[in-house]
Design a protein around this ligand. Structure first.
Ligand code: C5P
Length: 402
């Protein structure tokens, strides 16, 4: 089945008879889970009305470059940044020429210039225009300048609206949507609800002080992003960190382990995968002083009590999701990790050696070993974003096998 869950597709429509198929294309893309915004050229509006595309996409249609109100509250730079991919279907010979020349004489070409998103073109034109040396030259210029960030879908061959027979027909909407979906790495968690805990917890001592740790939250935030890319609906239950709030992810900010537990339990029933990457404080002060603790003698005694184990509570719950934990160890990584896998009733545990300076807490890179009921897998040192994608792929694979 076609999967485009969570993907933001900016659909450009240029002038050509094939523009009538763009309405069906919008439907196909939105049915596959994508959010679609449409930009039309002046030529496109001769063939199909913005109202049709607005109704089908559920979003205002954009066409004017310099009229802020017509830009419907989203300027060309915002649109350029918003898109995961720009798809132009139909892409006319004129539009391809303007793109190749780097022109920005209307909204669509300007957004293409201003965006770093990959560009996919579904050309549609008369067979003679497609065969024209100038069109070929424009396409090879675009391909050379854009490299991997350019894809051509079609054109197909057959009878044309003008009566000719040959290459130049726009592909059918279903085929365009399929080629687009194939360009995204994975839809392996499409339709799944993934909950991730991340960052440290803070355990209050009094109104101004707390006990905490150095967790940066980077691994958890990277996992949330990777799960989103894989098509999941993601809830990130995060302790206090200084990372940007991720887009398209439901962020539940928490402070203490108790808050994190409450937020975690509230997701059960609708949660398919629970990943505990938070560095939860193992203990909290037995009592929180109502007023600031005053400086007195040379020593002070703190009584700490054990915090609930969040992942163990989730993984022993009657509505337990597929449960993944982390184990940060300084020694005997293997035996501690296996012990936690059993004791906490997990499906998987991801272990790393935090005695190494180059990886783990706060670092950009990490190297881990994944333990599950089916064996172990080593992931060598790599950047946390890449590692997160590989871990999510491994989780999706085991989830499917269950
Ligand atoms: O037992 P330890 O703290 O080493 O276990 C680490 C794993 O357990 C991590 O996945 C962490 O997020 C989770 N954990 C938890 N609640 C705690 C302590 C740890 O969910 N109170």
């Amino acid at each position: 089945m076609l999967q485009l869950a969570n993907k933001r597709i900016l659909l450009g429509i240029s002038g050509g008879i094939a523009a009538y198929k763009s309405a069906e294309l919008v439907r196909t893309l939105t049915k596959a889970g994508a959010t679609v915004r449409v930009i039309m050229t002046a030529g496109a509006m001769e063939f199909i009305t913005p109202l049709t595309l607005q109704a089908l996409s559920g979003n205002p249609v954009h066409h004017a470059l310099l009229d802020e109100t017509a830009e419907a509250g989203m300027g060309h730079i915002e649109l350029a940044r918003w898109a995961d991919t720009i798809l132009i279907a139909p892409a006319s010979a004129d539009l391809i020429a303007r793109l190749a020349a780097g022109m920005g004489d209307d909204l669509l070409t300007t957004v293409c210039l201003a965006s770093s998103a990959p560009l996919c073109l579904a050309p549609a034109m008369n067979q003679q225009m497609w065969a024209a040396a100038t069109t070929k030259n424009n396409l090879s210029t675009l391909a050379r300048l854009r490299g991997d960030a350019l894809a051509l879908f079609g054109p197909g061959s057959g009878a044309q609206a003008c009566g000719d027979i040959g290459l130049g027909r726009m592909l059918e909407p279903e085929a365009i949507a399929q080629q687009l979906a194939d360009r995204f790495v994975s839809g392996t968690l499409a339709g799944k609800q993934v909950v991730i805990t991340a960052g440290p917890t803070r355990e209050a001592l009094d109104p101004v002080r707390y006990i905490s740790n150095h967790s940066s939250g980077k691994m958890g935030y990277a996992l949330a992003q990777a799960a989103l890319e894989a098509g999941a609906q993601v809830t990130l239950i995060s302790g206090p960190v200084s990372l940007p709030v991720p887009e398209r992810i439901t962020l539940v900010p928490v402070t203490s382990a108790a808050d994190m537990l409450t937020a975690s339990l509230a997701t059960l029933g609708q949660c398919d995968v629970f990943i505990a990457s938070a560095a939860v404080a193992d203990y909290r002060p037995a009592a929180v002083a109502e007023q600031k603790i005053k400086k007195a003698g040379d020593e002070i005694q703190l009584t700490l009590v054990k915090n609930p184990d969040i992942i163990a509570t989730v993984a022993h719950h009657p509505q337990r999701p597929f449960s993944v934990g982390f184990a940060a160890e300084t020694h005997d990584v293997d035996s501690y990790a296996r012990d936690k896998l059993e004791r906490k009733n997990l499906d998987m545990i991801i272990a790393n050696d935090v005695s190494r300076q180059d990886i783990g807490f706060g670092a950009e890179n990490n190297a881990v070993t994944l333990y599950s009921r089916h064996g172990t897998t080593e992931f060598d040192v790599m950047n946390k974003t890449l590692l997160a994608r590989q871990l999510i792929a491994a989780i999706a694979q085991q989830l499917k096998a269950q």
